[in-house]
Design a protein around this ligand. Structure first.
Ligand SMILES: [Zn+2]
Length: 372
């Protein structure tokens, strides 16, 4: 079968097959919904698919060299649009409208995402999708493609859209002009409006295996394959999270994560309260974020026998061997990982850490023990 020339998008072979079949048989739909954990390649896949669609090469697409590919890489292709959550500062808007600086900032964020598709920007405020931006992209979609090909939009973080933004987008999704390709991205399918889900072809991204992550880190960063530190960062299931842990080593966050998770599993409320007071003293949001990434690591490790085949590392295994702990079903695993992601989002929006930890601990205990 013909292949798309993926350079950034790692693993996820089943998704590659589905997209390649649609691309080469010219049966691509008008709307896809990519869902899966953070850092599993949703944006990388969407971007390289969009590049392939616009690529002018007669050989392997995307070629990364033709005029279209270069424009895509600089986010200056007239028929390619991205919307994603950003956290605007005061100078980025006035009278709830985006200022010139605001538009410039948005474009910087998109360029950064294209350069590092596995690493979303760390926000210092509450990220959301400015409705002006949604309107502009809507307008560009209805205007139609300027170069005569397809008009493509990637809508990242759709679960973080305001109702106003989501409604603006929904109309376009219901009646897209011919030649439109919309790729929606979400971490949690169940948080997406059913009216949106029903209009999209859904592709679920699985977690990446330690072997896949390790080989990416080795080839991207020139890390020695036998470096001891590799082992500590490759069990996240997410290339994005592993890159982040590799670039920001934090021994303390890792130890605290283990202690805190162990107490949550033990259901020991007195010790948990003590631990939370202690953690609050660290007073470093980046450490808190790393701590939760490590906890996600621990949850996955406690659920699965670590030696499983590569592509189906997490999803698609019917009767996984439970290694230890009380994490029993794929559902429960999903819920626990969801709690970690919620905590990370709250940390990114600078919520009080004690509250985040208390809520997390209570929810974990409820999920594991079925009581408050
Ligand atoms: Zn090209």
């Amino acid at each position: 079968m013909e292949k798309i020339g993926w350079k950034q998008f790692v693993g996820q072979n089943r998704i590659k097959e589905v997209l390649e079949a649609a691309f080469f048989n010219q049966t691509m739909g008008h709307a896809y919904l990519f869902c899966g954990d953070m850092g599993t390649g949703k944006f990388a896949a969407a971007f390289e698919l969009a590049m392939a669609v616009h690529c002018e090469s007669a050989q392997v697409k995307p070629c990364y060299e033709c005029d279209s590919c270069r424009k895509m890489l600089h986010y200056s292709h007239p028929d390619f649009h991205v919307i994603m959550p950003v956290s605007l500062q005061k100078e980025h808007r006035s009278d709830s409208k985006l200022t010139e600086q605001g538009w410039k900032y948005i474009s910087e964020c998109v360029n950064e995402r294209i350069r590092e598709p596995y690493l979303p920007r760390m926000h210092s405020g509450i990220p959301n999708v400015p409705v002006d931006w949604v309107r502009e992209v809507n307008h560009a979609i209805h205007r139609g493609a300027l170069k005569g090909g397809r008009n493509i939009a990637i809508l990242d973080g759709i679960e973080m859209m305001s109702k106003e933004s989501a409604n603006a987008m929904l109309k376009t999704l219901e009646e897209p002009p011919a030649g439109t390709l919309m790729i929606l991205i979400s971490q949690r399918l169940h948080t997406v409006l059913p009216t949106i889900v029903s209009r999209c072809q859904i592709l679920r991204f699985s977690c990446l295996s330690p072997e896949q992550i390790s080989s990416e880190l080795v080839s991207r960063y020139g890390i020695a394959a036998d470096d001891d530190r590799l082992k500590e960062v490759v069990n996240t299931g997410s290339l994005g999270q592993s890159i982040y842990l590799w670039e920001n080593p934090d021994e303390e966050a890792s130890i605290v994560a283990q202690e805190f998770w162990a107490l949550c599993v033990k259901n020991d409320w007195i010790d948990i309260a003590k631990k939370i007071d202690q953690i609050a003293l660290i007073n470093n949001y980046s450490s808190y974020e790393k701590m939760f990434i490590q906890i996600m690591n621990l949850i996955r490790n406690s659920f699965f026998d670590r030696i499983v085949d590569t592509e189906n590392y997490i999803m698609g295994i019917c009767s996984p061997k439970v290694a230890l702990d009380k994490v029993r079903s794929v559902d429960q695993l999903e819920q626990l990982l969801g709690l970690c992601e919620q905590a990370i989002n709250r940390i990114r929006s600078r919520a009080a850490i004690s509250l985040v930890l208390v809520d997390f601990a209570i929810s974990v205990m409820e999920k594991l023990n079925g009581k408050k």
